[in-house]
Design a protein around this ligand. Structure first.
Ligand code: COA
Length: 165
């Protein structure tokens, strides 16, 4: 039976987080090996500093999707830096929606690094990756809205808090 769970990434799951973003055939290229190491260090440091960096969706026990985030301390917003379900066979099974909803729920809680308040908004740049279903549709269908601010990519904000950056 198919079973999935969404869970906050612990330090020992950082390798799974990084691997979700790197196709296996690319993992031995020297520049990618360097990038993997840098991301592993950054992710571990972020967990130490902020208590979290990403959530992983596990499907039948295997990592199948991720939503990654980081606080923007000055603006007091939480930025979604990646939402991805890389393998086609795992898409359209509800993982993307479950990951986003888990982060939206989490973002309603007070955070020590935002002076014990919740973030003012969730923000992201909803760029397209060729060959993938555009993330902006998932975001807009789940309560986020487009901001009016002009940027290189169409920014998407949380509708609930009504903050426009
Ligand atoms: C957007 C994305 C995360 C969605 O993940 P997912 O697990 O397939 O999404 P869900 O199964 O939760 O789908 C939620 C809804 O999104 C819509 N949707 C998702 N994929 C779709 C597709 N291929 N075609 C049409 N609608 C789609 C549907 O409305 C779907 O609801 P439904 O299945 O009940 O109709 C995934 O397609 C993806 O990784 N796309 C690339 C995102 C990207 O570019 N990230 C940046 C990388 S750095």
């Amino acid at each position: 039976m198919e079973f999935y769970k969404v869970k906050e990434v612990e330090p020992e799951e950082v390798d799974s987080l990084v691997n979700l973003c790197v196709p296996p055939k690319n993992r031995n290229f020297p520049s990618i090996v360097e990038g993997i190491r840098a991301k592993q260090n950054w992710a571990r440091k972020s967990i130490e500093l902020f208590g979290g960096v990403a959530k992983i969706a596990y499907l039948n026990g295997s990592p199948a999707g991720l939503i990654q985030y980081q606080p923007k301390l000055e603006e007091k917003v939480l930025e979604i830096t990646c939402i991805l379900v890389p393998e086609r066979r795992n898409q359209r099974r509800g993982l993307g929606k479950a990951l986003l909803n888990a982060l939206i729920k989490d973002a309603s809680e007070p955070k020590p690094y935002f002076d014990e308040a919740p973030p003012k908004a969730l923000v992201t740049w909803a760029f397209n990756v060729p060959g993938y279903f555009p993330q902006k549709h998932l975001l807009l269908e789940n309560g986020l809205q487009t901001s009016l601010r002009k940027q290189p990519f169409p920014p998407i904000l949380s509708a609930q808090r009504g903050v426009c950056l």
